[in-house]
Design a protein around this ligand. Sequence first.
Ligand code: SF4
Length: 402
Amino acid sequence: MNKNNIVFRVQNYNKVSFGALLGACSEELLSHLKIIIWEGTGPIPPEALNGRTLLVYSFMMAHVKSVESEILQLKSQFSESAVEAFFISGGAHVTATPESITAMGFDLAVCGESEEFFPEFLAKWLEKCPPRGIVKIEPGKVDLNLYPGFHRLTNYLPPVEISRGCKWGCSYCAVPRLYHGTLRYRSVESILSIARQYFQIQPSRRRIKFLSSNSFGYGSEDGRKPNISALKELMLGLRSEGVTEISFGSFPSEVRPDFVTEEVMETIRPFLTNDTIVMGIQTGNDKRLAAMGRGHDRETAVRAVEMLKKYRFRAHVDFIIGLPHEKQDEQDDLLTFMEELVHKYNVKVHMHTFMPLPATPWENQLSSVISANARRRLKALAASNNLDGWWENQIHYGRKKT
Ligand code: SF4
């Protein structure tokens, strides 16, 4: 029987999504497909042009232009080869702006979490009756414990997703909107089972990393205060599974400053091998923190940085410059605040320029111009290796409506 092709358009930023999709499919279903992983900047693998082909994309706002021109080129390639091709895309950007995705030439835009939908869609595509247009999946329903979040075929064992969603509502952030303000956790049992499988697949592996918008909030019932017993259970479980390198609260996870407490530190520090914690502060201006709905103030943030240093962690802190209507003197204050944190607590700054993300309360806001003085000071911090991030590239997206 001729197999149908499925091409995953893999980039560094979407490996996790494709592993999760494949991991959600049964081996029986996948046995009907020739799976092609197309990674990097080279041309599409030639075998994809040889048979009926499904092309799967997931991308973010910053990649729209490059994906659009790639789709155009592929459509003409498939048409010249007289091969039937179906283009499907999902992910956060698609969920926020599905109409723009079908306008780019995709046959189907999938809004929402796809673990349940994707296997059903594949079965329909194999039967040659796939849905077209836009599919909207009810948000916040997927039970993480039913899906491993990876598949060995992608040759990538991602950080284990221990939570999904967020109970906070920061005005610039897409996470609470994507998941309708829900917050779900993967159980300790499920996390340990994935760790066990990783060690089976890669026997020399020692380290397990995690994915969460607030690692220190693992198991928190209301998402507002730490759950010490859940953190303890997770740490003891990982140790009993033989995980000798537990990297928790570091990239690609983050933590909130109000969850960096003495009790949390005492609970997790003895288990962790990472020396960096990624934390969001965003700005040092209390009025702006309140306006963006962060739910903590500057003092709490400074206390968290102090606490991390006391427990021998280097804080890698997210900040945003160019917030809507931000004045030059506020930018000067922000730079002074960041420089103080760098010099006093050895903080490393992860710098962002404000970008109006679709479907967020601030989607129609523009970023403020970053003053020449602020740019000079940001570059000085970067030159001394105390600042990283894509803030310069993001300037273009923050001003896109001008
Ligand atoms: S920035 Fe963090 S805390 Fe705020 S809404 Fe987004 S995920 Fe939640």
